[in-house]
Design a protein around this ligand. Sequence first.
Ligand code: NAD
Ligand code: UGA
Length: 457
Amino acid sequence: MSNILCIGAGYVGGPTMAMIAKFCLEHKITVVDINKDRIDRWNSDDLPIYEPGLLEIVKEARGRNLFFHSDVAGAIKDADIIFVSVNTPTKTFGEGAGKAADLQFWEKTSRDILENCRKPWVIVVEKSTLPVRTAEAMSKILESGKSSTKFSVVSNPEFLAEGSAIKDLTTPDRVLIGGEQNEKGRKAVEQISELYSHWVSKDRLLLTNVWSSELSKLVANAMLAQRISSINSISALCERTEADITEVSKAVGMDSRIGTKFLEASIGFGGSCFRKDILHLSYLCEFYGLHEVADYWASVVRINEWQTDRFFHKILLEQFNNLTDKVIVLLGFAFKENTGDTRDSPAIPLCEKLLGEHANVRIHDPKALDNARIDVKNMEGNLSFYEDVYDAVKGARVITLVTHWQEYLELDFERIYEKMVKPAFIFDGRNHLDHKKLFQIGFNVFPLGRPPMRHIQ
Ligand code: NAD
Ligand code: UGA
């Protein structure tokens, strides 16, 4: 039996440790966080994150071999394996502000480990997404003290996506484990592999050196995001040429060399990682003097911002460049469906821009209203939140679909149309709704990358 600790009880730490607890009954799993409120919620039935299927797994394991608390130092003392899953946001100050990774939380954790560890050998696992060669810095910190503990640093980046975390963790495409190329490193990798092999087949365990593992995580996110920016850039061309982006995506994706996934045009990608990880990748390239490569990746983020801006300008243009006092309803605020997470959601800049035009903005989301309230708290203007879509659309002129929640497909759009000011407009930022049907009801419909359907010319 090992004492496994995870530092950081967030979107990654919570679900990944719940999965290890579910499958590795012989180990004790402890998850700690400096955020006491978060820990209290992990110990309740009102978990701090919404993730389909997570509550059932946590309830089954909590108190058996899964424990949440906020005594970080105490938990480190007993730990044999320590997963570090703290946040690694983008720096907002000093050198590299707006581009480089802010490693203050990660470094604080490394020093906490050094100060408090007691076991003779401790494996420290980088679960957070980190710039390549961070493990070297971590090893330097861990070897800098007088501790008699020997450490091995292993990179084991997480590839789960929010909204499908449990499915992704249950049947991962691969589990990447990068270790030092020496005897100690190989032993550490073996131990981490052993944990996953409780439920992941051997051919899905990919063992590499530490640097390849760290870099692969950044590159995987950059490449996924690059596909979205690529298709979003083409959605703009479709709008000029009467080509249809859904047909283009399908035709392109059917080439087995390209594949069908991550080719859905959208108002722009969001989430806590794509933007930050690409910026960190781009900054790393700059650091190594690879300016062309840095610029190439930075352009993925630029196109993403442009796409959200383009969406906003389409609304403005179709409303005769005047949004003053017009009621505009945002259907969805989360950065994607099946999550309450709003970090870097395109809804945030969209809201800001609409308020800048003095629009009357109403926000609906099935799971993200609490986070949305925090995101907009410093925005000035006429802004309100609705739990019921039919209340939100009373007297509205425009609906914008931001998040493709399944429940938006089931709305009674005839009833919605009745409640709106005419002419009524829908701007579908996800090409999620049935545009033909909406047009028949009477809406003026503006999809992305497809010809608009207007009753008024
Ligand atoms: P998060 O912000 O939800 O959680 C991080 C937690 O770490 C917070 O609760 C914070 O209080 C805690 N923390 C910070 N410093 C601490 C310290 N010194 N001691 C104890 N706790 C501390 O972040 P997240 O979304 O879980 O992401 C964590 C890492 O995983 C990031 O590097 C991210 O890039 C990566 N990642 C995230 C996802 C995702 O879907 N969110 C997926 C894959 C990888
Ligand atoms: C993404 C990756 O998919 C995960 O593998 C990775 O572990 C994670 O980032 C991370 O490192 O944080 P996530 O951001 O949770 O996961 O969600 P995605 O499903 O990737 O969606 C990201 C954004 O892209 C969402 O706003 C989504 O709506 C958008 N998207 C996705 C599109 O606009 N078009 C698509 O075709 C696919």
